[in-house]
Design a protein around this ligand. Structure first.
Ligand code: ARG
Length: 284
């Protein structure tokens, strides 16, 4: 009784990740970060290594960027850029604590031969707030990326940008409140968005999976999908069930140390969407 594909297909992807060698929580720029709480950096590295191994075991190509000492949040590689059709939109962080990460990520792409690069004027935190579906670029604002950055992204990519207002500080980046699963299929936690943005999401994605607060709170929406496998925190049991009902294969991970910085699987994984003519291109 629905139009969802009966057979799901995993598409090979290219990811960029950054080892949490210098991970710690020394400042607080989101409600999850408590510098008084101890962090086990070795455990963070071990959990991150498992995520890396998991991506590779699913057949994805994972590139690595060198971590910078003094930049503990650099592990959240999703904040490093937005790459669509081989075009690289760099980032500009809201908080001074992360400022130097932007140029480091942009340089990584420049050094690897990417020529269509944009060093942005307005604050945007990469795939933390920009998520590509087949048809649109969904864009979060309210806590980090500015609305002006949405216009900048639309002009740079030539793709319609859908601005969405985040209203709950626990879900301060779009990728904590919404996941693109495949093509134009998404899942999200409605209450993370303003009433108007909820209406936009219902209009564009009437068949979306709606996720509970309990699952969103354990970062169940900070998930990475290749069209079949969906990697997400194992604690998000409700989402796991919803995904199975739709024919996806959820895979639970434990990234408890990285949760202390306010991030999980998706935050640690930047998707590199190369040119639509190249084999590595994946819509969404
Ligand atoms: N501590 C980081 C910050 O507040 C976490 C970033 C999480 N990344 C993400 N893509 N949501 O900026």
């Amino acid at each position: 009784m629905n139009d969802f594909p009966q057979v799901r297909t995993a598409r090979p992807r290219r990811y960029l990740m950054c080892r949490p060698t210098y991970f710690e929580v020394t400042y607080s720029i989101n409600p999850w970060m408590d510098p008084a709480q101890p962090v086990d950096t070795d455990l963070a590295v071990a959990q991150w290594e498992q995520l890396l191994a998991l991506h590779r075991s699913l057949g994805h190509q994972v590139e690595l960027i060198d971590p910078l000492p003094g930049y503990p949040d650099m592990v959240y590689a999703a904040n490093g850029a937005t790459v669509v059709d081989g075009r690289v939109l760099g980032v500009r962080f809201r908080n001074a604590e992360r400022a130097a990460e932007g140029p480091a990520y942009l340089e990584w792409f420049r050094a690897r031969g990417y020529r269509e690069l944009c060093d942005p004027v307005h604050v945007n935190e990469g795939e933390g707030d920009f998520l590509a579906t087949a048809g649109w670029l969904l864009a979060g604002t309210g806590f980090r990326s500015s609305p002006e950055a949405h216009a900048e992204a639309q002009e740079f990519f030539g793709r319609p940008v859908i601005s969405l207002e985040l209203v709950d500080p626990r879900f301060y980046h779009l990728d904590t409140a919404l996941t693109v699963l495949d093509g134009d299929e998404i899942m999200y936690y409605p209450e993370a968005f303003s009433a108007g943005s909820q209406a936009v999401l219902r209009r564009l994605f009437p068949d979306a999976i709606l996720v509970s607060e309990a699952d969103a709170e354990v970062f169940g929406l900070n998930a990475v999908s290749d069209g079949l496998h969906v990697i997400l925190p194992e604690a998000a049991s409700g989402v796991m069930r919803q995904l199975r009902e739709r024919g996806f294969r959820p895979i639970g991970t434990d990234l408890s140390e990285l949760l202390k910085g306010g991030g999980s699987a998706k935050c640690c994984t930047l998707v590199i969407r190369d040119s639509s003519r190249g084999a590595a291109y994946i819509a969404g």
